[in-house]
Design a binder for this molecule. Structure first.
Ligand SMILES: [Mg+2]
Length: 224
């Protein structure tokens, strides 16, 4: 794995990629919509079947012209909802059976690694510490580090900047269409891991550079 590598930096999504998918998507979306409607926003602005990331990102745009105190107040309310669903997922999250082994192998081969998640900082850092994964990562970026969530590319761009990583030597591994779209918008190479969020949403990211069905397949695409 060391001599003919295609990438030097591997960024991972967290939920559904390193740990299993536990966020209660539908319940969260309903609760987020209630907060937005209470704030006077027309839910039709979010389209027919909005997801948690689209609700968050579109609210950034919608509130762009609001008074700062009003938009901050709304985002404080939203943060409370997202964090409650993070904590709920945290209570059930567990790494995939091959997560520890793969991260150990990649660390041994001196790949530089980071986590770029739409989840909050507390849940992300807690689960990585809880299962002994944190030491593999130079950087852990969460919802708390950015204004816009994936599929916007902001968090991936920030990770690349913080790591001084060459974009053409960086791979992003994720389990949702949002992950693959975000990578495409940087642009960096992407690897779609099926069986995480896609099991819940039915979305399939066939625009990914690579596709795998388990993390154990990752070493195969890292060498020429
Ligand atoms: Mg995910």
């Amino acid at each position: 794995m060391a001599s003919e590598r295609k990438f030097d930096v591997i960024l991972f999504d967290l939920e559904g990629t390193l740990v299993d998918f536990q966020w209660r998507l539908n319940d969260a979306v309903q609760e987020i919509l209630q907060v937005l409607v209470s704030a006077g926003i027309d839910p039709a602005l979010y389209g027919q079947s909005p997801g948690y990331a689209g609700l968050y990102n579109n609210t950034r745009d919608i509130t762009g012209g609001w008074k700062t105190a009003d938009s901050n107040s709304l985002f404080d309310q939203l943060a409370a909802v997202y964090e409650r669903y993070d904590r709920d997922a945290l209570s059930r999250w567990a790494p995939y059976p091959d997560t520890v082994d793969i991260l150990t192998r990649l660390s041994d081969c001196r790949y530089r690694m980071g986590v770029v998640s739409n989840c909050g900082a507390h849940a992300s850092e807690t689960v990585l510490e809880k299962f002994g994964l944190a030491g593999h990562f130079e950087i852990v970026l969460s919802r708390n580090d950015v204004e816009y969530l994936k599929p916007r590319p902001e968090s991936l761009k920030l990770a690349i900047k913080k790591l001084c990583a060459p974009a053409d030597r960086t791979l992003f591994v994720g389990d949702s269409l949002n992950d693959i779209l975000a990578a495409d918008r940087v642009p960096i190479a992407s690897c779609f891991l099926s069986g995480g969020e896609s099991l819940v949403t039915g979305e399939y990211a066939d625009i990914a550079t690579f596709q795998i069905s388990s993390l154990s397949m990752l070493p195969d695409i890292l060498i020429r």
